[in-house]
Design a protein around this ligand. Structure first.
Ligand SMILES: Cc1cc2nc3c(=O)[nH]c(=O)nc-3n(C[C@H](O)[C@H](O)[C@H](O)COP(=O)(O)OP(=O)(O)OC[C@H]3O[C@@H](n4cnc5c(N)ncnc54)[C@H](O)[C@@H]3O)c2cc1C
Length: 426
């Protein structure tokens, strides 16, 4: 019997270490020196680098990468359990070398880069000596890659890229940009002449590529292979987001339960009011449904690959947005006026729910993927009636008992009574 929801004691020790490390080291750093973990400022690095070193010493650095790609090779299931802790703390992903958008870009480099490309970009990205961004979405529409126009033209030993991208997260601070063109995925150093970063939006940048020239070897993977590389990148990214969302909703739930037991109204603690109990009960069930969906998906990836698990990944993607929206709203509501302020993490968590339903592909597109893939396993029924049409099934079943019904009037009467009862319904 292979179904097992337990965690190996050795790995539980790692999880306990991570939990303690996040609470005692990362959370205080975030509260007093927000942004330090990302900063290149020497004073910030003096605070964050020793923490990153502790993670490396523990063998938990870049834990999303398989062993052959340069990571610890934990697999997605263990990564999911770790992300259930890391996702609670703002800078934990960067302190553990697993922050987006670098993770997805590193995955593409690890899987498709030549040895030289890995040496030039993957190693410095892993060591956080370099940062990257991903330029895929275009201003005229992000959900449909067939609308993208950015193109690279071969000119001797160079590629000349022209196009316009929108919502390139952290593009302004990136050293290299992964640019999805209609004819391939290209690595473009941000300082290259012709890369023009607009003033706004400030975090998720609008970038123009005007006659940007890069050497021939800046094409990543095969020519015309951009969609395949993008799928590889986004598949991993989506499940990692979902794992971290489990952490977020558990955090909101903890706040909800603590407050429910601490606050009084109309003669009792609010935890004794049935509608508050309903909020807790619904949240508990939804969180666990999401968590099990995410863990099952992670397990499926470990036992096949992201492509095989794409229907499950898509289901995780829109479910995590929905559960985040529902649970953070309830938690915020139970917190009353305090919930509407920025004095607890809830207001910011609630505000991320709509973002979660858009980033990495809008919910609608993922729902279409799920429905289409699921329907491939079904056939239309023959004739007018569905397979489960009871009168037809009963006629079939009666053939099985034909001898018995013919031989014994008691059985025949019983069967007729059942038929009349069925006909009395609507
Ligand atoms: C926080 C954040 C970070 C991001 N980071 C990056 C990044 O680093 N790099 C990058 O390239 N992109 C990034 N994106 C962009 C993201 O990938 C796009 O926003 C997303 O793919 C949707 O594209 P769009 O915004 O153009 O919306 P549109 O494609 O215009 O969609 C708008 C709406 O139209 C409807 N719609 C669209 N298609 C369908 C459909 N098939 N069926 C039904 N309804 C539909 C939906 O209601 C949808 O919400 C980021 C987005 C966010 C929010």
């Amino acid at each position: 019997m292979a179904w097992d929801f337990s965690t190996e004691p050795e790995f539980q020790e790692q999880l306990d270490w991570v939990d303690d490390f996040c609470r005692t080291e990362i959370e205080p750093l975030d509260l007093v020196f927000p942004g330090a973990a990302w900063s290149r400022n020497p004073k910030a690095k003096a605070l964050a680098d020793p923490l990153k070193q502790q993670v490396k010493d523990r063998g938990l650095w870049a834990l999303f990468l398989d062993e052959e790609l340069g990571g610890p090779g934990l697999g997605q299931l263990k990564l999911a359990l770790l992300n259930e802790i890391l996702g609670r703390y703002g800078s934990a992903p960067i302190i553990f070398g697993t922050a987006a958008p670098d993770t997805g870009n590193m995955e593409m480099l690890a899987a498709y880069g030549t040895e030289q490309q890995k040496k030039r970009w993957l190693v410095p990205l892993m060591n956080q000596e370099m940062f990257s961004a991903y330029s895929m979405t275009e201003p005229q529409g992000g959900s449909d890659p067939n609308l993208f126009k950015t193109h690279a033209l071969r000119d001797g030993e160079e590629w000349v890229i022209n196009g316009e991208k929108w919502f390139t997260s952290a593009g302004r601070r990136a050293d290299i940009l992964f640019v999805m063109c209609t004819n391939g995925m290209f690595v473009v150093p941000r300082e290259t002449p012709g890369v023009e970063i607009m003033d706004y939006p400030s975090l998720h940048n609008h970038v123009r590529y005007n006659d940007v020239r890069v050497p021939h070897d800046h094409l990543l993977g095969p020519e015309d292979g951009a969609k395949v590389l993008a799928q590889r990148r986004l598949g991993g990214g989506r499940i990692h987001h979902a794992m971290r969302t489990v952490a977020q909703v558990k955090r909101a739930f903890d706040m909800m339960c603590e407050r429910a037991l601490s606050r009084e109204s109309h003669g009792k603690v609010i935890a004794d009011h049935q509608m508050v109990q309903e909020a807790i009960a619904d949240s508990y069930a939804e969180i666990n449904m999401l968590r099990l969906l995410v863990l099952w998906t992670a397990w499926t990836i470990d036992n096949s690959n992201t492509q095989e698990a794409r229907t499950q990944i898509a289901a995780c993607k829109y479910t995590c947005a929905k559960v985040l929206r529902e649970v953070t709203y309830r938690a915020l509501h139970i917190m009353g006026s305090l919930g509407t302020t920025n004095l607890t993490p809830l207001q910011a968590m609630w505000a991320t729910a709509p973002t979660m339903a858009i980033a990495d592909g809008v919910d609608e597109v993922h729902k279409v993927t799920v429905a289409r893939n699921i329907l491939k396993g079904y056939e239309p029924h023959d004739g007018l009636w569905p397979t489960e049409y009871i009168p037809a099934k009963r006629e079939q079943a009666k053939k099985k008992y034909a001898d018995l019904l013919a031989a014994d009037p008691d059985y025949a009467a019983w069967s007729e009574r059942a038929e009349r009862a069925m006909m009395r319904g609507h």
